[in-house]
Design a protein around this ligand. Structure first.
Ligand code: HAX
Length: 426
């Protein structure tokens, strides 16, 4: 058994006991109310689920297990996964153990590769990625053990086993989608000298003239790993997992939501916006030119991609981390110069425009720009990279939920007729 497994085995009983006592002593206390507008409005702001891995503070941004993201930007995504699960960063030995475990499990079965090859050229990379995960479901130990009558207190162990298998294979799966979908030739095998995140660009075959691509991928996969429990992907994974669908089914469900243009696909749209600016001005515009371009966009009723946020009310710390990386590694790259000019120009314009509650940049304002600058030039693939990362958070939450015995999700829906009756409308 791995060091991570042993640590969780020692942690979970006390956490479960703590939550059981909390619910027994305070289960009838009210923590939220629901308005008619919220029932029709995507349940925004309704406090009705629990996620202990991370919190998104409107001002401070993402906080992972009590630690602000800004303190974690030098960490590997594997360390973040360990932190989300255990509430502690791994020791050197624990990290090495986890990395060796992932390397042992990393090989992608041949039948998955064959099925990916059979997809039409028009298939979306996210559909292929999610489908690949569903094909891996055949190997689920959770499902096999459930069918053999696994006791409830072993659910989390089987979920952990599946999760490690799945996480280990995600770089190979995403890279296979990339190379097959964009007809880049033979697949490239896992390099045992590289870690989990560096293996992703290596297996994709992305040229790395600067030597910084591995660090960009590490940072990207660290920043996108988790963002509370209520966002579409985490929520979908949570709900599917609550039916005791195994981790493969649950993560595929989450990724199908991440594929939406209002969620994970936004990074692709942001890059398109930067490319449109570059093409329009044949390079980097000056401030006056960008200001007029942005006002024309706003006056035509469109939004400025990469700015604003549904929850955050200050600059996204994920943006700040990418900005610092960009200014350190490639400040003179054309697309990075355009992104910097946007950073200096757009908040003032949005303030004057007077609508957006948050005029500052979000993570998508730079994530696609940096991938593009580092030779990942297929924007339709970006959400799959996001998915490799977000799977870490979804799976950490799922394992914890199986350990806590979280029951099946089943909120009560009501009809419009019922709401009208409730508020006295005939
Ligand atoms: N440009 C122009 N107008 C904007 C704006 C922007 N960047 N951000 C918000 N607004 C407008 C809204 O469209 C809304 O206008 P209406 O009242 O006419 O509908 C008004 O300001 C109030 O919006 P809000 O409350 O500040 O923001 P929302 O919670 O409604 O929306 C969005 C949050 C992120 C969707 C929004 O800021 C937006 O469209 N931004 C641009 C697209 C973008 O960057 N998306 C990626 C978000 C990051 C993320 O979560 N990725 O997963």
């Amino acid at each position: 058994m791995s060091a991570l497994h042993d640590k969780l085995k020692s942690i979970f009983p006390a956490v479960r006991e703590d939550i059981s006592r909390l619910v027994a002593d305070h289960g009838d206390k009210v923590i939220s109310e629901v308005t008619v507008a919220q029932a029709y409005g995507g349940m925004r702001g309704v406090k009705c689920m629990v996620c202990d891995t991370s919190v998104v503070d409107p001002v401070k941004g993402l906080i992972l297990r009590g630690r602000p993201l800004s303190e974690l930007t030098d960490r590997k995504p594997e360390e973040i996964f360990f932190l989300l699960l255990t509430n502690e960063l791994p020791s050197k030995a624990e990290l090495e153990d986890l990395e060796a475990d992932l390397a042992r499990r990393a090989e992608l079965p041949g039948y998955v590769i064959e099925a990916l090859r059979s997809q039409p050229r028009s298939a979306h990379p996210m559909a292929m990625f999610s489908m690949g995960i569903l094909m891996l479901e055949e190997q689920s130990k959770f499902r096999a053990r459930y069918n053999e009558g696994m006791p409830r207190d072993a659910y989390w162990e089987a979920a952990l086993d599946d999760s490690l298998d799945l996480i280990a294979k995600l770089p190979a799966l995403a890279a296979a989608v990339y190379r097959i979908r964009y007809e880049l030739g033979d697949l490239i095998p896992w390099n045992p000298k590289l870690d989990w995140s560096a293996n992703l660009p290596h297996m994709m075959g992305v040229p790395d003239e600067s030597g910084n691509l591995g660090d960009l991928m590490r940072l990207y996969l660290t920043l996108h790993a988790d963002h509370e429990g209520g966002n579409v992907s985490a929520n979908l994974c949570h709900t599917a997992g609550s039916a005791l669908s195994d981790p493969y089914y649950a993560v595929s469900a989450g990724l199908n939501g991440l594929a939406g243009p209002l969620h994970g696909l936004a990074n692709q749209e942001c890059l398109r916006f930067h490319l449109a600016v570059r093409d329009n001005f044949n390079g980097v515009p000056n401030k006056e030119q960008l200001t007029k371009y942005a006002w024309d966009l706003l006056n035509s009723g469109r939004v400025i991609p990469g700015f604003g946020h549904a929850v955050l009310r200050s600059t996204d710390p994920r943006y700040t981390a990418l900005h610092e990386f960009a200014q350190r590694c490639c400040p003179d790259a054309e697309m990075v110069r355009i992104a910097k000019l946007m950073y200096e120009t757009i908040p003032g314009i949005l303030t004057e425009h007077g609508k957006a509650k948050n005029v500052n940049p979000n993570v998508d304002a730079l994530s696609g720009v940096l991938l593009y600058t580092f030779n990942v030039t297929q924007p339709r693939f970006y959400t799959a990279i996001f998915g490799v990362s977000r799977a870490l958070g979804m799976l950490a939450q799922l394992i914890i939920n199986r350990a806590m015995g979280t029951p099946i999700t089943r909120p009560k829906s009501v009809s419009t007729a019922w709401i009208k009756g409730q508020v006295g409308v005939r």
